[in-house]
Design a protein around this ligand. Sequence first.
Ligand SMILES: *Cc1c(COP(=O)(O)O)cnc(C)c1O
Length: 482
Amino acid sequence: METRKADLEMTPEQFRTLGYQAIDQLAAFLSELPQMDVTTTKEKVELAKELSHFSADEPTPSDKVIAETIQLMKNGSLYNSHPKFWGYITSSPAPIGIIGDLIASCFNQNVGANQLSPMATEIELQAIRWIAEAINCPEHGQGIMVSGGNMANMIGFLAAKTNQAKWKVREQGLADHPQLVAYCAKGTHTWIQKSADLFGVGTDWVRWIDLDSDQRMKTDILEMKIKDDLDAGNQPFMVVGTAGSVSTGVVDPLDTIADICEKYSLWFHVDGAYGAPAAMVASEAHHFKGMNRADSIALDPHKWLYSPLEVGCTLVKSGQTLLDTFSANPEYYGFEEDPNKAVNFFAYGIQNSRGFRALKVWMSFRQVGISGFRQMIADDITLAKELYSLASATPQIEVLSQYLSITTFRYLPTKTMSEEELNKLNEAIVSRMQKEGKVFVSNALVDGKYALRACIVNFRTTSSDLEFLISETLRLGKELSH
Ligand SMILES: *Cc1c(COP(=O)(O)O)cnc(C)c1O
């Protein structure tokens, strides 16, 4: 084949023209966003019908593909970039992160092996060190970037299992050995169940520790359960402290958990998927005392570092603990094995081929610095507190909790209702609010009370957006309680 016509290829000139067109259309979307609803109101059938016009049989001009794609997404999405979006824990994506993903795809590095991604590997290593420094855990400057919080926590779980088992667990498995047991607070995110299940420990061997009246793990019960398991001949192997729970944002007593882990020689893992970045903010730093004693920390840059999905990160003090857990050197690779000469990320985690997720995180650190993140996170927390004050000052609203940037509250009608009726009413409010799409919150159960839950990890939100949330709650509460 002397010359070749590949249909996917574009000339540099075509790429430039189409790229400008795409960016122009995306910039227009971002500028219209504040005036738009937060989510589409279209049903699944309608969306599927829109797609039924397209076919994989006929090639379509690229400019048409780009314009139609952006139109489809614009008319059929939930916009977590919207200033009035506070559902779950999903941030507005930083524009520089969006551009970072584009650059990363263009160079298309496989950050599984150093040789395949020389500078990308260095950038990932530097981004990991910057995250560790930012959250005041500079000794945790090693680790790996993964797809999100679940994976970041699973890496911690697997490292705990391999480093704690007193036998060759990678070779021998778990049968015919003492039962491994993990400990975490009630309400810990479901990654712990998935891990116990997938990695063979078994979900019956997760001990869910009760919470105190502040929703934090009761550490005296933790210690008691560990002793009970030791007496029964089981092998406790890890304790999870959550730094920012997914429902209410509360931080477990990390320093006390670290003491207990030290006393019983257990792996201490911190799930800071959501909350760990708040350790940058001076007024919140006391909650995170003891986080620097963890063996592993999970943190999600796609939450409170405002990176576009996906990127999670596991931080460890010693990269060797990850190598001990994951490395295997098949003969078909022959990559350099000395980590001082080359870091091959495939040996530090589960993935083999890996994309360059680190770039968007690294570029945003360069754009705003740690001080820029500190300010945005502090502002999110200030706004969440403002929402709490606004809600407390509103007669028809009962505030339920406020930790980090999560505020929960519920509507109370003038007529008396049972707890069950109140839960039903507030569930209906959340559901209607999400459907109408003027403003978006999700829900939490706080002490059995169904709550509206706003989690502000959104650098576009301002006070008036929160005032609107309160007025919408009152409007829907009134309407639905009649
Ligand atoms: C979001 C979250 C997770 C899961 O992270 P994903 O990025 O959704 O996989 C785990 N733990 C906590 C505390 C979280 O907030």
